[in-house]
Design a protein around this ligand. Structure first.
Ligand code: MCA
Ligand code: AMP
Length: 508
């Protein structure tokens, strides 16, 4: 039987000239395809030697590095389940993920080993390794003693490859279970749809703990045997400079806004490029147009989710139609997208409703949460995205809003309910509301509006400072206003739309 392990497909796409450059980093390091083959084999052998149970999770919270990418590939190769964690997460957040996922192996940076290992051992994890962004740490030390030949573990399309934590439409973070089949089918569709071709070079500028950087960008380049110009941290000047040697760039809108702030961005500096992809957050028409005017290139906007990888995309080829700013394009081949009304019926063309999707890319369910999984699917098997949108007569999908209470800031998701929970637990706080307001750099940022308990005195800056000690930095509200009352509807529910309206000009 054919091995359907995603890594087998990626490995098969390595070029014949295995000593050619595979990755070149912003720190001046060079890795060949042979280096990728050998290092992933060694790390896979290390993992295999631990005699972990089938389906073991390998949780990883490390700075972006080529070795971290190799760890991801080695996890696939050995047949285990990769669980990436945002480096901004602090102890309470990590404790929840590790407690929920019960990983057999945790890999963290050396500087966090003390607190991360404590959490991991308490949750029953047997192995905690370190991996630093300067190629040091116990993971590589141990892997250095392992053989550099490894037979790729046999996996079926329905076997788990990764778990990504996301809050879905409501509640606490849930682990979206993605299979080898989900990831590979989506990567193959995108390779074709976006016209990946020999000679393409990708500038990899995004973090590798979410779908965009870990799957869409990375799989795109690997499945095409394309060289990667690797940025440990996004730097607009460096990215523009490297465009002379590259052809493909993928980013969240904030990256495009920041590059537009550089005088070096022009037709000349981008003339070698063939494709700029934007996603993970709404792309303002203003950014879309400014990019077109400055570079002569039209950004290609696409839409996806952690639970589904990529769903829709504007066309790459002109024969498929134009790339329309403000839309997320057409459903990808094999992906079903429908818009439904409150009554659960499909809406006619152009009408606004709930976006539901279906396809080989749609995840297997939420980790150990069968009821939540069931809630997020319709009776006829479509996944409810929590996004609100419409499909026009030519088939272009436009997202007009979200039914889920979610703020997308610089491409990161912030769930107001989570932050409000922390604020409401603070002494003297009666109630709080977190809303997103427009921001020139991050697109949208969270601000908090809080009321005090009768007789209590509270301070907005202190609330922000306390949150900073507990939560990932991107979740921290940029401002916190203390007010005497919150706007409410007749049912007593806080009217967040009024708060958004009231503060919409804070940063613009
Ligand atoms: C950093 N800060 C932020 C954000 N990032 N605040 C709000 N939103 C953010 N996204 C704040 C920090 O809290 C800190 O504040 C200050 O900015 C500097 O932090 P630093 O880490 O140095 O920031 P940066 O390097 O400038 O980061 C900005 C960034 C980063 C490069 C835009 O946020 C980023 O890489 N975003 C991409 C996220 C991504 O990959 N999303 C894809 C998700 P202070 O100094 O006060 O502490 S995948 C997905 O959504 C789906 C599936 C899809 O469709 O792709
Ligand atoms: P995540 O939970 O990180 O997977 O984020 C998924 C959400 O990001 C989607 O449900 C959308 O709300 C949003 N999203 C992704 N791409 C786009 C886009 N191009 N335009 C608007 N929203 C987007």
């Amino acid at each position: 039987m054919k091995n359907e392990n995603l890594f087998a497909a990626l490995r098969a796409a390595f070029p014949q000239s295995i000593d050619a450059a595979a990755v070149e980093t912003d720190a001046g390091l060079h890795y060949s395809w042979r280096d990728l083959e050998r290092a992933t084999a060694m790390i896979a052998n290390l993992l295999a030697g631990l005699n972990l149970p089938e389906g073991s999770r390998i949780a990883v919270q490390v700075e972006k590095s080529v070795e971290a990418m190799m760890l991801y590939l080695a996890t696939l190769r050995a047949g285990y389940v990769f669980l990436p964690l945002n480096t901004a997460y602090q102890s309470a957040e990590i404790e929840y993920f590790i407690g929920n996922a019960e990983p057999a192996v945790v890999v963290c940076s050396g500087k966090n080993f003390g607190w991360v290992s404590k959490i991991a051992f308490k949750a029953g994890t047997r192995h905690v390794f370190t991996l630093n962004d300067d190629r040091t740490g116990s993971l590589l030390d141990r892997a250095a003693h392992c053989g550099d030949r490894h037979e790729i573990a046999h996996r079926a399309p329905d076997d788990l490859a990764a778990i990504l934590y996301t809050s879905g439409t409501t509640g606490r973070s849930k682990g979206a279970m993605l299979t080898h089949g989900n990831l590979l089918s989506n990567a193959r569709v995108l390779k074709d749809y976006w016209g990946w071709k020999p000679g393409d070079v990708l500038i990899h500028a995004l973090p590798i703990f979410h779908v965009h950087g870990l799957f869409v960008a990375l799989h795109g380049a690997l499945l095409n045997g394309s060289k990667i110009i690797w940025m440990a941290k996004f730097d607009p000047k460096f990215a523009i400079e490297k465009m002379a040697e590259a052809t493909v760039f993928m980013g969240v809108p904030t990256l495009y806004v920041r590059m537009l702030g550089e005088p070096s961005l022009n037709r000349e500096s981008t003339k070698h490029m063939r494709l700029f992809v934007s996603g993970s957050a709404p792309l303002l028409l203003e950014t879309f147009t400014a990019w077109q005017e400055r570079t002569g290139h039209t950004l290609l906007e696409r839409y996806g989710m952690s639970e589904t990888i990529m769903l829709t995309s504007n066309p790459y080829e002109a024969k498929g139609g134009e790339r329309r700013g403000g839309t997320v394009g057409f459903p990808l081949p094999g992906v079903g997208v429908r818009v439904r009304g409150d009554d659960g019926n499909n809406l006619p063309t152009g009408e606004i409703g709930a976006i539901e999707v279906k396809g080989p890319n749609v995840f297997k369910g939420y980790w150990r949460m069968p009821e939540k999984t069931q809630e997020e699917f319709t009776a006829d098997g479509w996944f409810k995205t929590g996004d609100v949108g419409k499909i026009d007569e030519r088939g272009y999908v436009t997202i007009v809003g979200r039914s889920k209470d979610l703020i997308i800031s610089g491409g990161y998701n912030v769930y107001p309910a989570e932050i409000e929970g922390y604020i409401n637990d603070m002494p003297g706080v009666a109630e709080s509301a977190l809303v997103g307001v427009p921001h020139p750099d991050f697109g949208e940022v969270g601000i908090a509006v809080v009321i005090a308990k009768p007789g209590a005195t509270i301070d907005g800056d202190q609330i922000v400072a306390q949150l900073k000690a507990q939560l990932a930095n991107f979740k921290i509200p940029k401002r916190c206003f203390v007010v005497s009352e919150l706007p409410r509807n007749t049912m007593g529910k806080v009217q967040k739309n009024l708060l958004r309206e009231q503060h919409k000009q804070l940063y613009t």
